[in-house]
Design a protein around this ligand. Structure first.
Ligand SMILES: O=C(CO)[C@@H](O)[C@H](O)COP(=O)(O)O
Length: 219
């Protein structure tokens, strides 16, 4: 069985002590950093952008998994590649020419991801799945941390896993939003490979231990 991945979302971290938070993740059992870029247009919130990611990249010792919640992501693909981002995920709902966008991300040397909102069917990815390295199944409506997990995510993950198998693709399934110790194992059992956790990690009294517990839960 392939290794299961935990990606703490820095959106829930203490921005006033960002370097300390990055070092915590570096030293922890976490596998990736998850970075949420929000533009205030695609989602009703603005988070952080290139200068902050450039600063994070100087300290992070694990892959940067970057989730663009922005309109017209094609405009910035090269910039994120130059910043040293490892995975770049765009939203299905923001890409009229998804196949072209995926090729452009790969041409910059990054893994190409597609995120789908809770209302978007996994069936819409059937024709591009072999070109997608990572699908982020949103288990909350994107834009904010700390929301409650949407229960139909389990079925979406199972359906997506079937599509990946049928098409003989190597795509990883990543879950983002409301992930905690109560739903982590069930998500893995339904076919998830990567779990993003923001509030559950950074709002806990001991984030390092919380990451360790999550890893044990899904091992
Ligand atoms: O993309 C998003 C929110 O839009 C997520 O990455 C959140 O940052 C996850 O936070 P929690 O739900 O785990 O607090």
């Amino acid at each position: 069985m392939s290794k299961k991945i935990i990606a703490p979302s820095l959106l829930a971290s203490d921005f006033a002590n960002l370097q300390r938070e990055i070092e915590m993740v570096n030293q922890s059992d976490a596998d990736w950093f998850h970075l949420d870029v929000m533009d205030g247009v695609f989602v009703p919130n603005i988070s952080f952008g290139m200068p902050v990611i450039q600063a994070i990249a100087q300290h992070a010792k694990k892959p940067l998994d970057t989730h663009l919640m922005i309109v017209d992501p094609d405009r910035y693909i090269k910039t994120f590649g130059d910043l040293g981002v490892d995975h770049l995920t765009v939203h299905y709902e923001a890409c009229p020419h998804l196949h072209r966008t995926l090729q452009a991300i790969k041409a910059e040397g990054m893994k190409a991801g597609v995120a789908i909102n809770p209302h978007t069917s996994v069936k819409l990815l059937e024709d591009t799945i072999q070109d997608i390295d990572i699908v982020i199944v949103m288990s909350v409506n994107p834009g904010f941390g700390g929301q409650s997990f949407i229960d139909n995510t389990y079925q979406k993950v199972a359906d997506l896993k079937q599509i990946i198998k049928r098409k003989n693709a190597k795509t990883l399934i990543e879950i983002d939003g409301g992930v905690n110790a109560d739903n982590a194992k069930k998500l893995i059992d339904h076919g998830a490979d990567v779990l993003v956790a923001g509030s559950f990690v950074f709002k806990s009294s001991n984030p390092t231990q919380t990451i360790k517990k999550l890893k044990e839960e899904i091992a």
